[in-house]
Design a protein around this ligand. Structure first.
Ligand code: ADP
Length: 437
C-alpha cells in the first residue's frame, strides 16, 4: 500500500544519513534515503520516512543553510508531518556553524522569523553518546576530553552544549535537565512550554539511556522541527504508531528480492577492512588486487579487472580491492601524493563497480566511505530504499541505476571500521535470508 511519508529528515553527511535511516527502519519505518535534494518533479516517494543526505557539515554556513532549505522544500512537497535535522552525535560543528545557522533557518521557514521552538539532542546511548546537565559525554569522558578535541575540521573543545550552541544561533538556548526527562513525557512537554514562554528557542535535552529517548520522543509529537543525532530515531516512530498512521508489525526492512551476480569492491584501508579482505581470501574467495602504481603508470586497470572478473562472476562473489596495509599506502602516497592517490583509486574502483553492474552484478558490497560516495555517483544512484542490517550501522539498500537500464541493484555501503571479520560473505547470506518468506 502506498502512503505519504510521515517524517522528513535532513542529514548533514552521507554516512550519518544512512545511520539514521538504518535506525528508523529498525524502529519500524519504511525509509528511503536520497543522495542530495531530489528534483521536485520526481513525484511522490512511497515510504514512511525520507532522509535527504547532504554534505553540509563543514561547508560555509550560508551554503549549508541554502541546501537545508532546499531539502525542507522538497520534504514539504512530499507532505511530511515532521522534519528532523540530523547531525553527528558528537555535535560536530564550529562557532560559525553549521548546526545553529541551519536550525535557525529551518525554524524561520517553518514558524516565521525568530519564532518557533525546537530541541537539540545528539544523545545516542547505544553508541556511548550521552547528554547530562547539558554536557555531552563520549563513553566515559566529556566530549572535550575525547578524540574529538583534535578533529581536523570540527575540533570540539567544549562539552557544554548550551554554550556551544548559543555561540552559533540567534535564538536563546535553554536546557531540559535529566531530572525533568526522568519524570516523563508530560513533564518534558511542560518544560518545553515554560522555556518557550521564557523566550528560549532551542532546548538542549538531557538523555543518558534509551528510556530517556522514548520519553522525549513522546513529548516531541507534533513538534514541526526536531534537531538531533540518529538516536532520536528510537523515540519518534511510536507517535505515529499511537496515532494509527504507522502499521505496528510491518517488516520495514523488506527490500525487493535480490537477483543477479555478486561482487565486493573495496577501497578502504582501515584495519577492519584489511582483516576482512584477508579473511575473504583465506576462505578461498576469488580476489583481484588493484595496484595504484599500475594505474599511475597508465595501465588500463579497469579493463584488466573486468576481464579477470568476467569468467569468475558466475561462481561469485568476486572481490576487487585496493585495500592495503598502512605502510604500503604511505609508500603509494609518497610517490603520487595523498589526494591524488585517493582520487585515482576511487575513480578506478568506481568505474570497475559500474562495469561489474553492466556485466550483471546486482548485489554489490562497497567498503570505504569515500569509495562508497564515488561508486554511488558512478552508478548514478539518486535514492536508496533501506533494508536489513548486516552489522551495526551497515544496512543493505536497494537502488535503481541507469547503468543497468533502471534495474534494481542491491548495494551495501560499509564505512571503513564497520563490520565483522566475515562481513563480505555474511552480507550476501543476510540478503538471501531476508528473501525467504
Ligand atoms: P574508509 O572508510 O576506510 O576511510 P575511504 O574509502 O573513505 O575508506 O578512504 C580510503 C581512501 O584510500 C580512498 O580515497 C581510496 O581511494 C584510497 N586508497 C585505497 N587503496 C589505496 C592504496 N592502496 N593506496 C593509496 N590509497 C588508497
Amino acid at each position: 500500500m502506498s502512503r505519504r511519508p510521515l517524517l522528513g529528515c535532513i542529514a548533514d553527511d552521507f554516512t550519518g544519513a544512512t545511520d539514521l535511516a538504518n535506525n528508523l527502519v529498525r524502529s519500524g519505518m519504511r525509509t528511503v534515503q536520497t543522495i542530495g535534494v531530489p528534483d521536485e518533479t520526481g513525484g511522490p516517494v512511497d515510504a514512511d520516512a525520507l532522509v535527504v543526505a547532504l554534505k553540509s557539515r563543514t561547508i560555509p554556513a550560508d551554503e549549508a543553510v541554502a541546501q537545508s532549505l532546499a531539502a525542507l522544500r522538497w520534504l514539504q512537497s512530499q507532505g511530511v508531518q515532521q522534519v528532523c535535522f540530523k547531525y553527528c552525535s558528537t555535535f560536530d560543528s564550529t562557532p560559525a556553524g553549521n548546526i545553529g545557522p541551519v536550525t535557525d533557518a529551518l525554524l524561520d521557514a517553518l514558524h516565521g522569523p525568530g519564532q518557533g521552538f525546537t530541541i537539540a539532542c545528539p544523545a545516542f546511548p547505544d553508541n556511548q553518546r550521552t547528554v547530562f546537565k547539558g554536557h555531552l559525554f563520549v563513553g566515559d569522558v566529556l566530549l572535550s576530553d575525547s578524540g574529538m578535541r583534535h578533529h581536523p575540521l570540527t575540533p570540539m573543545t567544549d562539552a557544554n552544549l548550551v554554550r556551544v550552541l548559543q555561540a552559533q544561533t540567534q535564538r536563546r538556548v535553554g536546557l531540559v535537565p535529566h531530572e525533568v526527562v526522568a519524570r516523563g513525557a508530560e513533564a518534558i512537554a511542560q518544560r518545553f512550554a515554560a522555556l518557550q514562554a521564557d523566550g528560549v528557542g532551542i532546548a538542549v535535552v538531557d538523555a543518558i539511556g534509551n528510556d530517556d529517548l522514548y520519553r522525549i520522543g513522546v513529548a516531541l509529537a507534533g513538534m514541526p522541527l526536531v534537531t538531533a543525532g540518529s538516536g532520536i530515531a528510537i523515540g519518534l516512530p511510536q507517535n505515529w504508531r499511537t496515532a494509527g498512521a504507522l502499521a505496528p508489525d510491518e517488516a520495514a526492512d523488506r527490500l525487493p528480492a535480490a537477483t543477479g551476480l555478486r561482487a565486493v569492491v573495496s577501497g578502504s584501508c582501515s584495519l577492519a577492512t584489511n582483516a576482512q579482505v584477508q579473511q575473504f581470501r583465506q576462505q578461498g574467495g576469488t580476489a583481484f588486487a588493484v595496484n595504484p602504481l599500475d594505474i599511475a603508470a597508465g595501465q588500463d586497470v579497469v579493463a584488466q579487472a573486468l576481464e579477470w572478473a568476467a569468467p569468475r562472476l558466475a561462481q561469485g562473489p568476486v572481490l576487487v580491492y585496493a585495500t592495503a596495509e598502512a605502510e604500503a599506502v604511505r609508500a603509494v602516497q609518497a610517490r603520487l601524493g595523498v589526494a591524488e592517490a585517493g582520487e585515482l583509486v576511487e575513480r578506478t574502483l568506481s568505474r570497475i563497480a559500474a562495469g561489474l553492474v553492466q556485466a550483471g552484478v546486482r548485489q554489490l558490497v562497497v567498503a570505504g566511505g569515500e569509495t562508497s560516495g564515488a561508486v554511488v555517483q558512478a552508478l548514478g544512484v539518486r535514492q536508496m530504499a533501506i533494508g536489513p542490517q548486516i552489522d551495526p550501522g551497515v544496512p543493505w539498500t536497494a537502488a535503481v541505476s541507469p547503468v543497468c537500464a533502471g534495474d534494481t541493484v542491491h548495494v551495501a555501503l560499509k564505512s571503513g571500521n564497520f563490520g565483522s571479520l566475515d562481513f563480505f560473505t555474511k552480507a550476501f547470506a543476510r540478503l538471501e535470508e531476508q528473501a525467504r518468506p
